[in-house]
Design a protein around this ligand. Structure first.
Ligand SMILES: C[S@@+](CC[C@H](N)C(=O)[O-])C[C@H]1O[C@@H](n2cnc3c(N)ncnc32)[C@H](O)[C@@H]1O
Length: 239
């Protein structure tokens, strides 16, 4: 049954038209027909999110920016700690996912959460003020990804923390794993880049780093992913 559900889900995803004039329209076209199933499929296809959100530090009165928030489900991992934050900015360009996020925020009474219809690259309300910036499986969807990391760096205060969980494909993986992983993810508008990790390690002081892989139904095919937590250097430590 699990196999059938997974297979039909993948087929439905592959035939979904992913067109649109703007990036936001493309993202919405990608998710519109399956926004209702979105949360149910996350644990299987995008692990590491709970680990990331539970490990990130929460400062009372702090500011958290989530770039590519989806349905905002990850913030349920914070439990009561969420209410101690002064502000949570949730940036999400896809209208269908924002609708679910809005319903969640209202239902759970997250008064400090602000859902923003926008793009990670143009959100500048919290420049230099964020204690935490997260990108949970959104870095590889943002083109150009380097600009997204630079934006995250600008948003963080010195000493602030970045948390990223993302698919991964580097030279340490076999040629077949790399090619199949990159090819499969492209169908979902996801572009894992071998430079993601070196760039994160260069720009931020590592606090936590773990690599693993998601087994698939195809023997030998895995989707590698990583969880990274790093600190923006204080001014005097900046390179
Ligand atoms: C795979 S989903 C992950 C959603 C959520 N972070 C999670 O972990 O469940 C990636 C999200 O990134 C969003 N996204 C894609 N491009 C973006 C951009 N340029 N700026 C902000 N978000 C973006 C997509 O709309 C989508 O909601």
């Amino acid at each position: 049954m699990h196999f059938v559900n997974t297979f039909t889900g993948i087929c439905k995803y592959c035939v979904t038209p992913k067109n649109g004039l703007t990036h936001a329209q493309r993202m919405d076209a990608l998710y519109r027909d399956r926004a209702g199933d979105f949360d149910a499929t996350r644990d299987r296809f995008q692990p590491g999110r709970k680990e990331l959100f539970e490990m990130l530090p929460i400062r009372e009165g702090g500011v958290w920016v989530d770039l590519g928030a989806g349905t905002a489900a990850n913030f349920e991992f914070l439990g009561d700690r969420l209410s101690t934050l002064a502000k949570v900015y949730l940036i999400e360009p896809a209208a269908s996912l924002r609708a679910i996020a809005y319903e969640r925020i209202t239902r759970l009474g997250w008064r400090n959460a602000e859902l923003i219809d926008g793009d990670a690259l143009s959100f500048d309300s919290a420049i230099g003020a964020a204690d935490v910036v997260t990108m949970s499986y959104s870095l590889a969807m943002i083109v150009p990804w380097l600009a997204a990391l630079e934006q995250a760096e600008r948003l963080l205060r010195p000493g602030g923390v970045i948390g990223v969980v993302e698919y991964h494909a580097s030279s340490k993986h076999s040629w077949l794993t790399r090619r199949l992983s990159i090819w499969c993810h492209q169908l979902w508008e996801v572009f894992p880049d071998p430079e993601h990790l070196p760039c994160l390690h260069t720009r931020f002081a590592v606090q936590h780093f773990r690599e693993s892989a998601i087994p698939t139904l195809i023997p030998g095919l895995q989707f590698p992913y990583f969880v990274f937590i790093g600190t923006k250097p204080l001014e005097e430590q900046s390179r």
